[in-house]
Design a protein around this ligand. Structure first.
Ligand SMILES: Nc1nc2c(c(=O)[nH]1)N[C@H]1C(S)=C(S)[C@@H](COP(=O)(O)OP(=O)(O)OC[C@H]3O[C@@H](n4cnc5c(=O)[nH]c(N)nc54)[C@H](O)[C@@H]3O)O[C@H]1N2
Ligand SMILES: Nc1nc2c(c(=O)[nH]1)N[C@H]1C(S)=C(S)[C@@H](COP(=O)(O)OP(=O)(O)OC[C@H]3O[C@@H](n4cnc5c(=O)[nH]c(N)nc54)[C@H](O)[C@@H]3O)O[C@H]1N2
Ligand code: SF4
Ligand SMILES: [Mo]
Length: 655
């Protein structure tokens, strides 16, 4: 008989849906994944990825057994037993630790599964031996650093508040694709009379559906935000009482604004002054408002600066933390206890995830343990990444659920169960609702979870006793202060609980206020007020999320990510490119061939491609992606990628 199991989607996604999973226990099959209607935020529906989870779970691309690779990249595989696999992984690790030291061991993980056990607890082994890790800067780091400068921490509006807003601004945030449930909450606000705005250089799916679309040139959001604030000040649309009571440095900000005439703003951003005024009027008259700042906009050389500038607008409009970026800093989950970072004797070496390719290429590591991430697709400067992983003097272990680009570079491949095959707890980075995600079916093949593998490895190495702590005991301790309306036992029983959230109107800044002028920035060597970076000429390549894929995942279900690039009709004409032609994008890092879609959804000088597509020449889009970390927070700069574009020969029709 079929049955239904409660789970939470652990994918790197704003929404962290509560799910109802229908399974056939006898056949050990997942039949259907539905949204749980009891969730106040994710409300009973799933995105195309959630809906495809039964197919992804039972996909022919699943890794079901451990394998040793004879020759990399891509050489023949030999199936081995778990005992052989663990012996080999541990022996090589011991050898590298003894001859090269822990710095030459790299643990490389990210948010492929955000489960607290899957992702965090399984880091204990690596923290105990002092392995090098990355700084997790690939996604949102610079925005967090930016908000800390002005607000002390980065949490903001809670999703349940969105329907009550009178204005919702999606600033560099394609929520209609990347955060379907937050978008749905905004649609509810609109039904109650709210206005929706999108700020995006590209006519994104979100921009197409909002009431106002503001289209700055890429990387000019600081100027635009200053323009909006200037108009608010000039037209007396600011909340003076709020500013007086809750902010620091208003005079400095006003002085800066005096340099930002709307003509200057228009020259830099391309946004007409009347549109800047219109946005300022919306902010000044429609309260409360929520400004949803996307991770996407933040992935450029001045992305952190842009987040800083945009975040100050709602303060002028009189709102406590009137932005939403990520609420991960609001919760009191003790992650450093879970990961063992807190107990570790030595601080490990931390390297840039954004610039990792160059380190890999130089041979900085002799042993790399990879899980929950697909670096041979998702990191920038792919040529360096792939050369680095191909080195003969580095032993690469990959523990993943599916064969992917990175498994081609693995010396040892280990099979992992998907989230539907293990029990875990997932904490969202947007909403407060948390529930036990129960195992729906037994692990497929010989797949073994991350905690199991960690403990097996640890039993063959000299490690601290805390590595072997019972995972559920550790979880209980890590959640001790985190749950608002119940305790750990309630969670184990399956109740949906709320996380305690830090207050919205408290500011752990040096002055205890919203620092419009950041004294922290001054101290740390950044400009106290956000700074508009230089923007160059040539083509800027923007890449962003596609509705059917989570980064590189789901190609086994939906087929390859479309290898297309949007080109503005004026650019196409001047380069002699017609719709459907093959074009080659190239720069000093590499090249990729894509099919041109000529469309006015991008302005001249801007190209857009779905992220993580593989080009028609077999090169990943990230072959050309910039790997220079941002100055503020070290974040990624994918959207500052500059490329040349030329018509390519079509291998089939052009001879
Ligand atoms: N379907 C789907 N959803 C996802 C994911 C996924 O892979 N697939 N991944 C999740 C993850 S990890 C992330 S990080 C988020 C990302 O989600 P978002 O924050 O929405 O980011 P992106 O989709 O990268 O881009 C958002 C928008 O920023 C615009 N943009 C680019 N440069 C600029 C600029 O200079 N200024 C402004 N104003 N806008 C700019 C782009 O045109 C794009 O429309 O999505 C999450 N949700
Ligand atoms: N060009 C371009 N590139 C980008 C971006 C961009 O905007 N443009 N955005 C960047 C951003 S924001 C992000 S967050 C990164 C994401 O980069 P990655 O984290 O590398 O993204 P995924 O491709 O989703 O890879 C996740 C991997 O985890 C595996 N996995 C899933 N569940 C489990 C599990 O339970 N256990 C184990 N062991 N493995 C599991 C999946 O099979 C998959 O191989 O990509 C970045 N890359
Ligand atoms: S990927 Fe996001 S929207 Fe889709 S089911 Fe998972 S949490 Fe929900
Ligand atoms: Mo991300």
């Amino acid at each position: 008989m079929d049955m239904t199991v409660d789970a939470s989607c652990p994918r790197d996604c704003y929404d962290t849906c509560l799910l109802k999973v229908e399974v056939d226990p006898e056949a050990n099959r997942v039949l259907r994944v539905r949204g749980d209607p009891s969730s106040p935020v994710t409300r009973g529906f799933v995105c195309p990825r959630g809906a495809a989870d039964p197919r992804r779970t039972h996909s022919p691309r699943r890794i079901l057994y451990p394998y040793v690779r004879e020759d990399k990249p891509g050489g023949p595989l030999r199936r081995v037993t778990w005992r052989e696999a663990v012996d080999l992984a541990a022996a090589r690790l011991r050898e590298v630790l003894e001859t090269h030291g822990p710095e030459s061991v790299l643990v490389l993980e990210y948010a492929g599964n955000m489960g607290l056990l899957t992702w965090h607890f399984s880091l204990r082994l690596w923290n105990s031996i002092g392995a090098t890790r990355t700084d997790h800067t690939i996604c949102s780091a610079s925005g967090h650093a930016a908000l800390r400068l002005h607000y002390g921490s980065s949490h903001g509006v809670m999703p349940e508040e969105i329907p009550g807003m009178r204005l919702v601004v999606f600033w560099g945030f394609n929520a209609a694709v990347s955060a379907l449930h937050l978008w749905t909450l905004a649609l509810e606000a609109r039904r109650r009379g709210a206005k929706l705005v999108a700020v995006d250089p590209r006519r994104s799916e979100t921009a197409e559906k909002t009431d106002l679309w503001v289209a700055p040139r890429p990387g000019t959001d600081v100027a635009l935000a200053y323009g909006v604030m200037r108009a608010m000040v000039d037209e007396d649309l600011v909340d003076r009482e709020f500013i007086e009571k809750n902010t620091y440095g208003y005079e400095h900000l006003v002085e800066e604004l005096s340099k930002w005439s709307l003509e200057r703003v228009e020259r830099i951003t391309g946004v007409p002054s009347r549109t800047v005024r219109e946005l300022a009027t919306l902010y000044g008259t429609l309260r409360p408002s929520a400004t949803l700042i996307g991770f996407g906009m933040q992935k450029s050389l001045g992305g952190g600066e842009a987040v800083r500038a945009v975040s100050l607008i709602p303060a002028l409009a009189g709102m406590h933390r009137g932005f939403y970026y990520s609420n991960s800093a609001a919760w009191l989950v003790d992650k450093s206890y879970l990961t063992g970072e807190k107990m570790a004797r030595n601080r490990p070496l931390v390297v840039s995830q954004v610039a990792l390719g160059r380190l890999l290429e130089e041979g900085s590591f002799k042993y790399i343990y990879i899980y929950n991430t697909n670096p041979a697709s998702t990191l920038p400067n792919q040529n360096a990444v792939r050369r680095g992983l191909s080195r003969r003097d580095v032993f690469v272990v990959v523990h993943d659920t599916h064969w992917n680009e990175t498994t081609d570079y693995a010396d040892l491949v280990l099979p992992a169960p998907t989230y539907l095959e293990k029990t875990d707890v997932v904490v969202s980075y947007s909403h407060r609702y948390v529930r036990l995600s129960r195992r729906a079916i037994k692990p497929l093949g010989e797949s073994r979870d991350e905690v199991w593998v960690m403990r097996r490895l640890a039993s063959r190495l000299p490690v601290d006793p805390w590595v072997m702590e019972d995972p559920w005991e550790a979880l209980k301790k890590a959640l001790e202060n985190a749950l608002e309306d119940g305790d750990f036992d309630d969670l184990l029983e399956g109740k949906t609980l709320k996380l305690v959230a830090r207050p919205r109107d408290e500011y752990p800044t040096p002055t205890g206020r919203i620092e419009l002028y950041s004294t922290l920035a001054e101290k740390e060597g950044h400009s106290p007020l956000p700074r508009q970076p230089e923007t160059g000429g040539g083509f800027t390549l923007i890449t962003s999320a596609h509705p059917k894929y989570t980064h590189s995942q789901f190609q086994d279900v939906y087929g390859p990510i479309p290898p297309v690039v949007w080109v503005n009709p004026l650019d196409a004409e001047s380069l002699g490119v017609r719709d459907g032609d093959l074009v080659r994008l190239h720069n000093r890092l590499g090249s990729v061939t894509l099919r041109a879609m000529v469309t006015d959804r991008v302005p001249p000088g801007v190209l857009w491609a779905p992220r993580l597509a593989t080009g028609l020449d077999g090169n990943p889009v990230n072959s050309v992606a910039l790997d220079e970390p941002q100055r503020l927070g070290g974040g990624s700069t994918f959207n500052s990628t500059r490329v040349f574009l030329e018509k390519a020969l079509n291998p089939i029709t052009d001879t």
